[in-house]
Design a protein around this ligand. Structure first.
Ligand code: GLY
Ligand code: MN
Ligand code: MN
Length: 431
């Protein structure tokens, strides 16, 4: 890991909170992700299961956490199982956690090797009535592969068919969507690294630069600052490519007169940041680009003004929709007749603003949380309106990450320049 060690308090308190919501006689089991194979003897980079990381801080494969708060033996109320490390692993892969290191990192005092799992789990199951297991319940998840937690769930139900099984996801969705102060600091750090990367670009981008050269600049800056790298595939989209919402080719040359959309966020300590800015390749926006830019900025500010505890997503999305509709009318992109003919399911603004305004942010970039429940202080959201006009080769999105506070928001990206004038001034300095 490149990041500075996280205080174990975070993981201790996260487990304590989850344990408090488990009824007596219940045991929760969380397992790590697989190392995904590539071809021949290769593998893809390891990415820890978000929930397991949230509860332990362990960044290692073949890890299992058991929480059994009402276990008769106090030593069995929290148990961490790890892949046993040895000299061979130390030489070839680097040392894995020892039991003492695992305790220091996680605060879990009972650490066992995986070979002890089967027998101990059998003993624990004899005492448990209910087993809470985890599955990916993200409403947009579309995985074809079976995960390690899927496999564990199937095996467990096969071997112990008479236990009662319950979903862990709703407990973790509600808990993870309210950020701990240590998590907020980690997310601020991710945003600060993203800011450094973005500022580096303001001094680098010029006509003729290739999108992949920009990606390389960001990689350099992020990793130099102890980031694991990008929190998601970066979108570096010049000209009309900015209208392709998931453009990740990043292989076009930036031309004089292009606006360049940068959807770039650093990961820090497994926490995501998610920034979008649009800058003029030549240092100055065209009048039309500027018109659209300022319209998106006004919608973003309107959206930020709506966010507070108690706000529902239904009301928020409806009000942002009205603000966007007004801007699109002013820009001449939709007509009063189209607005009159629109339906709630198919509003006229969707033609130019076809994605959501906000999503939860945290360990996952599209983090877990319930859109059907009101907002609460401690949640972190993106605010990312956009206007995409393929026929004019203009795509503008502006995205900041904000923390909901008791009275409104704390903009975690408030220091990242966003006013068109400020961006132009920085870019034109020294040119
Ligand atoms: N970068 C992904 C998103 O903005 O949702
Ligand atoms: Mn986003
Ligand atoms: Mn984004």
């Amino acid at each position: 890991m490149k990041y500075t060690a996280i205080e174990p308090t975070l993981f201790l308190e996260n487990r304590k909170k989850l344990a408090a919501s488990l009824p007596d006689g219940s045991m929760a089991v969380l397992v790590s992700n697989d190392i995904m194979p590539s071809n021949a003897d290769g593998s893809m980079g390891f990415k820890q299961n978000s929930d397991l990381f949230y509860l332990t801080g362990v960044d290692q494969e073949e890890t299992t956490l058991i929480l059994f708060p009402s276990a008769s033996n106090p030593a069995h109320r929290e148990i961490l199982f790890l892949r046993e490390t040895n000299e061979h692993i130390a030489v070839w892969e680097g040392a894995k956690l020892s039991k003492e290191e695992a305790f220091q990192r996680t605060g879990v005092s009972t650490v066992k090797w995986n070979q002890d799992f089967k027998n101990l789990f059998r003993a624990l199951m004899a005492e448990a009535e209910t087993v809470y297991l985890n599955r990916n319940e993200h409403i947009r998840a579309a995985a074809e592969v079976q995960t390690r937690e899927d496999r564990f769930m199937l095996k467990c139900k096969e071997e112990y068919p008479l236990h009662e099984y319950r979903r862990l996801a709703p407990l973790l969705y509600r808990q993870r969507s309210l950020k701990h102060p240590i998590e907020i600091e980690l997310m601020r750090q991710a945003c600060a690294i993203t800011e450094s990367g973005f500022r580096r670009l303001l001094n680098t981008v010029r006509p003729g630069i290739w999108e992949y050269e920009i990606e390389a600049e960001l990689c350099h800056e992020f990793i130099r600052l102890r980031s694991n790298g990008f929190a998601y595939s970066p979108i570096i989209a010049s000209g009309a490519s900015a209208c392709v919402l998931h453009y990740t080719e990043n292989n076009r040359q930036c031309m004089e007169g292009d606006a360049l959309l940068l959807d770039i966020g650093a990961d820090y300590a497994n926490y995501a940041s998610d920034l979008t800015r649009v800058i003029p390749v030549s240092g100055r926006f065209s009048p039309r680009q500027r018109q659209v830019y300022d319209a998106v900025l006004r919608v973003q500010r309107c959206a930020m003004g709506l966010l507070k505890p108690g706000m529902t997503f239904a009301k928020y999305n409806a009000e942002v929709g009205i603000a966007m509709q007004e801007e699109l009318l002013q820009l001449g992109l939709i007509s009063a007749a189209e607005v009159k003919a629109q339906t709630p399911e198919n509003p006229a603004y969707k033609k130019y603003f076809m994605h959501g305004t906000s999503h939860f942010l945290g360990i996952d970039v599209h983090d877990v949380g319930y859109f059907h429940e009101p907002m609460q202080a401690g949640m972190v959201f993106t605010v990312e309106p956009g206007i995409y006009i393929p026929e004019e080769g203009i795509g503008i999105r502006l995205e900041n990450d904000v923390l909901i506070t008791s009275t409104g928001i704390d903009d975690l990206m408030a220091n990242i320049p966003i006013e068109a004038e400020e961006l132009q001034d920085i870019m034109l300095q020294g040119k």
